[in-house]
Design a protein around this ligand. Sequence first.
Ligand code: NAD
Ligand code: UGA
Length: 434
Amino acid sequence: MKICMIGAGYVGLVSAACFTEFGWNVTCVDNDPKRLDELNAGRSPIYEPGLDDLIQRNMKAGRLIFTSDLGPAVKSADVVFLAVGTPMRRGDGYADLSYVFAAVDELAPHIDGFTVITTKSTVPVGTSRQIEDRLKQLRPDLETAVCSNPEFLREGSAIQDFTHPDRVLVGTDSEKARAVMEALYRPLALRGSPVMFVSRESAELAKYAANAFLALKISFINEISDLCEQVGADVQEVASAIGKDRRIGDKFLHPGPGYGGSCFPKDVSALVRTAREYKAPLSIIEQVDRVNHERKIAMAKRVEEAATGGLRGKTIAVLGVTFKPNTDDMRDAPSLVILPLLQERGATIRVFDPQGRKQAEPLLPGVVWCESSLETVKDADILVVITEWNEFRALDLNLVRAQMRGDALVDLRNVFQPATAREAGFRYASIGRA
Ligand code: NAD
Ligand code: UGA
């Protein structure tokens, strides 16, 4: 099977590398020369655990090629994936499909014979049909089959998610395309992963519905955590009690500073727009978006409250700025809202993130970057944990406290045990624990 993957970002790169592990040949096409230089030197331009190894091994085996030359890759492919970005469109919150349609226009002249074209990018319902219409215009000589094959991997555990998915979802109404996609995913089906075939509209909408539902769970537990603080309950006990009910499930019930990332915020926004456009508004999901926006602002306030006598002149040590651990991705990270609010109130911010600095530095002007947790906390008045990198869990809080000037610890991810933090001499504030 020959695959052309257009887009070597978080999804395209992981999908391309994982497909080569199944034995398929993949040409990954990107139009960013810097990215291609790094890849061709055997380095992943993004931080994703395990990805460097996978790329190097499969490049060496000759199954994985990186190029900007779309033509030959499309010409020889059985399947062409579109894995380019679909960010939030400025001004109106819809999904910006300009990268998708630019790629369609670029690939169309090169299609040679029956080729499955499929979206892996998250695209609004109806997009696969629009792509098919566009291809029919550009190449009336072709038999076209455009599928929707949304991706459900998470950053930070992307390889495991891609190779052990809860399901693979393919939207198609072409028997011929179905046969190709069945063959493509046979290695996963043989290992017991369900490969589901549905209509293109169902596949496209299911992707947005899944992300919106997960976002809803997070906003729900964040509001429950506020209530826990008022009534003297512990949100972790509540979450684990409700999570035992299999109808609810225990995943995505960790309270925190609000969800971020390259997908939930933009996908929630795009789904809300689609629903309004079709006059079937999703009022619950509109509220999820609102709750999440307010959450980040409330977290900055929480830090301010922890500072006795206001933030002016205070030094805040921040551990973790990426939107979640095990990624360097800063897109829509809660830290991008929280830190500027703290700076506005006169605080000096010192930051350490195990992988995020390169992407975060241009987005967080005026902060002082440090190389380790202990360097960050030196002479700080307040310590704030925004992202729960594992290495923060192992910190010796007595040592941390000894380095600091102040005694406030605001743990926005419940990384530490309240008793341990208090024993180390901290005034400890966490989430949803009275
Ligand atoms: P990304 O921005 O990391 O990567 C997109 C890549 O496409 C970039 O490297 C860019 O240079 C390249 N590109 C853009 N136009 C191109 C063109 N015409 N030709 C060749 N290359 C081109 O984006 P991402 O995070 O990988 O997301 C891609 C899509 O996958 C989005 O729709 C997203 O919603 C969806 N998705 C992302 C994740 C995730 O965890 N990031 C998970 C599931 C789905
Ligand atoms: C999410 C989905 O989990 C993937 O299934 C989907 O493919 C992807 O979006 C996408 O469409 O791009 P991702 O954004 O990589 O994956 O990471 P998540 O683990 O879902 O975390 C998203 C945000 O929610 C993070 O800011 C995280 O800290 C937050 N979160 C997550 C919580 O606050 N609480 C939780 O219990 C879980």
